[in-house]
Design a binder for this molecule. Structure first.
Ligand code: NAP
Length: 515
């Protein structure tokens, strides 16, 4: 039987007492490890994190906590090869895709370490300026932000076992809030190993970082009013979480990152062969294949003027035809596997649904997989679908297929494309391709209310832009409506979630003491 990965709670490594759930290699089908959370004393684990971990973190300044983040980053960097090996085995990723997760995590930690260092010896944050209350200039209101005196529970998705932990833990720990992470079971190994390396390095005070692997049963029940909960995953699980008593009755603050029908828009006038046209084509093909399309930010809908529909279909298909799919251990492979058989089944089912309303423009499955058994492995080739019936093909705007699948949509004009982008009912990101600065700016603003991020690509940033789907810690991550309504990252703004805001009404002398 494979190794049972222990949980780290109340400052100790504790194996579950059940048989555990197996984690697999999605290419070979081999069992790799097991996780189990049966029998854990969750009330004691949460109390230890909240009381011991929280108190120790809050005793430090932002600058000192930033130093801890920098040291965590160094430890992760030192073990990077091990993480690449685990990701290859458990997530079926090629090196470039592992980098998005592992190096993305280390980069994000480094950014928060830098931003935190600039806060220096502060132990709370001033929020805006003092405002006079009343006629005389002696009594004022000053808003402050102080670290919440609870813990942060992270329930994470399977597609980012590394980045998904650290993009949340960096602002939480910097804020002085202890972390309990429950990774998605399918890919929990990498998260568990990173936590183990950080624990072994003795960087964080006891209780600052805990991990529960396996079932989420009983976790939400432990949450108390000053705790916060950050969830990333499907809209269905998100709906259960919103209804949970911890959120509905105890007002636990919750951040939800759910699914999203992100789009890419080509502005009218970008003729085939123009730079804007080529930039869109390149980005669509890239987004469909990076991490086998298992990115919450991936382009799902490509909204283009009807007169270039055929040309875009041809150009994207030509790029996809060069994508070799299969076993990431083979150096010629550019795209690895989906993470699990369950994901493969979900992608195939979603694809079948979309095909009822869209034509197949490129079917990568016609090429043989490299070093991978089509039956046994979870490799799925990229498929580009398309429709000229933008309004009637409602599934295209409703169904998130979490794999290497996108749909090209022919639009009448720009207002039509904008309306279709909004039919995603709130998305994480839209990207816009064109060459006229004024039109690009107006389009970006028109998309801003329904998207967390608008990524504008014009020829001047052709070589410099950070990519439609790359989540940069400098920018907000999250989107309204269907995307979950959450807000993460965006520099030090991310700290707001882990702080409580209060107004201090006092005289000038007292406020002067606050600095
Ligand atoms: P999921 O089934 O909702 O699982 C997400 C997490 O919730 C996992 O850790 C899962 O644990 C846990 N979970 C399952 N049932 C639960 C319950 N009743 N109560 C509490 N926790 C529960 O989602 P998924 O299918 O793994 O993830 C794919 C989805 O995530 C996609 O829709 C994608 O768009 C979205 N996503 C969004 C973002 C973003 O930033 N917006 C990022 C990545 C992914 P187990 O694994 O043990 O079941």
């Amino acid at each position: 039987m494979s190794e049972l990965l222990p949980n780290f709670v109340a400052g100790r490594w504790v194996p579950g007492t059940g048989a555990g759930t197996a984690l697999f290699d999605p290419v070979t089908g081999d069992e790799l490890a097991r996780v189990d959370a049966t029998g854990l004393d969750l009330p004691a684990a949460f109390a230890f994190a909240r009381d011991t971990g929280g108190a120790a973190l809050r005793a430090l300044s932002y600058g000192q906590r930033a130093e801890l983040l920098a040291r965590i980053g160094a430890v992760l960097q030192a073990h990077r090869d091990a993480y690449y090996a685990i990701s290859l085995a458990n997530s079926g990723t090629v090196k470039n895709d592992t980098a998005v997760d592992v190096d993305g995590a280390i980069y994000t930690l480094g950014q928060y370490a830098k931003w935190g260092a600039a806060l220096g010896e502060r132990r709370f944050l001033l929020d805006g300026d003092a405002v006079r209350l009343g006629k005389e200039p002696v009594f004022h209101s000053q808003h402050v932000q102080v670290p919440t005196e609870g813990l942060a529970l992270f329930i994470n998705a399977f597609n980012f076992p590394a980045w998904g932990l650290w993009e949340k833990a960096a602002p939480a720990l910097l804020s002085g809030v202890p972390v309990v992470v429950k990774p998605a079971t399918a890919t929990a190994w990498l998260t568990q190993r990173m936590v183990k390396d950080v624990v072994d390095a003795g960087i964080l005070p006891p209780g600052a970082l805990s991990i529960v692997c396996g079932s989420s049963a009983g976790l939400l029940e432990q949450l108390q009013p000053f705790d916060v909960l950050s969830f990333t995953g499907s809209a269905e699980t998100a709906a259960l979480i919103r209804r949970h008593a911890a959120v509905a009755e105890r007002s636990v603050r919750v951040n939800i990152e759910a699914d999203s029908l992100n789009s890419a828009l080509l502005l009218p006038g970008a003729a085939p062969g123009s730079e804007a046209f080529e930039l869109l084509v390149k980005e669509v093909a890239r987004e469909m294949t990076v991490k086998s399309g298992q990115k919450c930010t991936a382009i799902r809908r490509v909204l283009v003027p009807a007169d270039v529909y055929g040309a875009v279909a041809e150009a994207v298909s030509a790029r996809l035809a060069n994508t070799t799919v299969g076993n990431p251990r083979n150096g010629t492979v550019r795209m690895g596997a989906l993470v699990s058989r369950a994901q493969k089944a979900a992608v195939q089912e979603g694809l079948a649904q979309l095909k009822t309303q869209a034509e197949v423009l490129h079917d990568g499955a016609r090429l043989a997989l490299v070093d991978a058994d089509p039956e046994r492995s979870c490799c799925v080739a990229p498929t580009l679908l398309g429709t000229r019936d933008a309004d009637g093909a409602h599934l295209v705007h409703d169904t998130e297929v979490f794999g290497p699948v996108a749909t090209l949509v022919a639009c009448r004009d720009l207002p039509h494309a904008l309306a279709l982008a909004r039919r995603g009912q709130g998305s994480l990101v839209a990207s816009v391709y064109g060459s006229q600065a004024g039109e690009l700016a107006r389009t970006a603003l028109a998309l801003a209310a329904s998207h967390g991020r608008v990524h504008v690509v014009s020829p001047e940033v052709a070589a410099a832009h950070s990519g439609h789907g790359n989540v940069m810690p400098q920018s907000l991550h999250g989107g309204p409506g269907r995307a979950g309504g959450g807000e993460e990252l965006g520099g030090l703004r991310a700290l707001n979630f882990y702080h409580r805001r209060a107004a201090i009404q006092a005289g000038s002398a007292v406020l002067g003491e606050l600095g």
